[in-house]
Design a protein around this ligand. Structure first.
Ligand code: GDP
Ligand code: MN
Length: 386
């Protein structure tokens, strides 16, 4: 009995202790002043890479949104890379390009579909900018995003920046409210990590990479075009940072099913990303960013396993000593229930993904979220995005 309780305490600590410690540490860091030089005169040539696969319902709105950017016209180019969509995405893009948009535009069409990173790498060879910005079709930028974000790339030590995602439909359903609160604390963590060194989490909705800082998108084939590319930038000893000023807008699925399909794919990619980091750490090839790489590798690969063991132990103890249920009285408090639910859900997904990865399964092929109801013309107009 004593042994069991000791084991329970140990796994309780392994499941929550490191996460709580890292969160508190990074939250404190997030309040420190910005560590690198910011120069509002820094205006590099930028290339926007827009990957598309069957995006006819949204791509025109996205291009209109891009054409509202406040930035010198001769310093911008848009490169759309389509993977042979079966709808009329390419026709819509070409038609828009013919109307004389306020930037130069190229439309590239791959012969067949080999995934987003493959498409981005294809487009990369055509980019003339010094900074390459990935721009998902379903993510929308405020018109001053470049004015606000580019100054953070002025420092030569910074190789890439990303911005926080703002949900257009955060108040819609329980699912979007949970995502909103997840994003809130995730962004505090990423900001703290950036100030402490570098963050390993980037968002496909706004990720800007200096051309000199990376060779290919997702060089290790993790399936993640954003976080997977960050690995290469960190390997090249550049900083990668979340810039709070570079917020962009998108919507989140409103149903649980829609959420699950996105999260499953995303956690599968992240497990691959951290398996790669583990590899590189063991080989001594991560030099500059250990302060964030080591804790995240632990949180993403090992904490979920500890949590599953903790749950099994708890179930065993409660079945044998039902009185222990009293300990769960704290679940009466709604906010605790809410956070516990989030922690359990994300850890289960990570645990399942780790097994899927070990068994060689991939969920990285993208299928359009069933649910983009939040992305209407009206919703975009309301926040002045188109
Ligand atoms: P998200 O995480 O749900 O935003 O999904 P992804 O980041 O994987 O994909 C978002 C963007 O990539 C959208 O603009 C898609 O149209 C595009 N995309 C997804 N798969 C492909 C592909 O195979 N080829 C190309 N060219 N674009 C793709
Ligand atoms: Mn994305």
């Amino acid at each position: 009995m004593f042994f069991l309780v000791a084991l329970w305490l140990l796994f309780g600590f392994l499941s929550f202790g490191p996460a709580a410690f890292i969160f508190c540490y990074m939250r404190r860091k997030s309040k420190d002043s910005w560590p690198t030089r910011v120069d509002s005169d820094y205006k590099p040539r930028v290339s926007f890479l827009v990957p598309t696969y069957n995006e006819s319902s949204i791509i025109l709105l996205r291009l209109i949104n891009l054409s509202r950017l406040k930035y010198p016209r001769d310093l911008m180019e848009v490169i759309v890379v389509d993977s042979n969509s079966s709808d009329d995405t390419v026709e819509i893009v070409k038609e828009f390009s013919g109307r004389g948009p306020p930037f130069s535009m190229k439309v590239l069409v791959e012969n067949d579909r080999r995934g987003k990173s493959h498409a981005l790498n294809y487009g990369l060879d055509y980019c003339q900018g010094d900074v390459i910005i990935i721009s998902d079709a379903d993510c929308f930028w405020p018109s001053d995003i470049l004015e606000k974000a580019m100054p953070f790339l002025a420092d030569p030590s910074v190789g890439a920046i990303s911005g926080p995602k703002i949900l257009l439909n955060s108040e819609q359903t329980w699912v979007t409210r949970v995502e909103e609160s997840y994003l809130k604390w995730a962004n505090v963590l990423r900001l703290g990590e950036s100030i402490a060194g570098s963050t390993v989490f980037f968002e496909g909705g706004f990720s800007a990479f200096k051309k000199e800082a990376f060779d290919r998108f997702d060089p290790y084939g993790t399936g993640s075009d954003d976080c997977g590319t960050v690995i290469g930038v960190i390997q090249n000893n550049f900083r990668t940072m979340l810039v709070p000023e570079a917020g962009f807008y998108s919507a989140f699925p409103e149903s649980f099913r829609g959420k699950l399909s996105i999260k499953l794919r995303r956690t599968n990619q992240l497990v691959r990303v951290f398996a790669k980091y583990l590899d590189l750490l063991v080989e001594g090839k991560v030099k500059t960013t250990k302060i964030t790489v080591v804790p995240n590798t632990f949180l993403y690969l090992f904490s979920p396993m500890a949590l599953v063991i903790l749950i099994a132990l708890t179930a065993f103890l409660v079945l044998n000593f039902p009185l222990l249920l009293v300990l769960f009285a704290f679940l009466i408090i709604p906010s605790i229930r809410f956070y516990l639910y989030e922690v359990l859900e994300s850890n289960f997904l990570l645990f399942a993904s780790t097994f899927a990865v070990l068994l060689g399964k991939r969920f990285s092929i993208w299928s359009q979220p069933e649910d983009r109801t939040g992305l209407t013309r009206e919703a975009l107009q309301r926040v002045n995005l188109i």
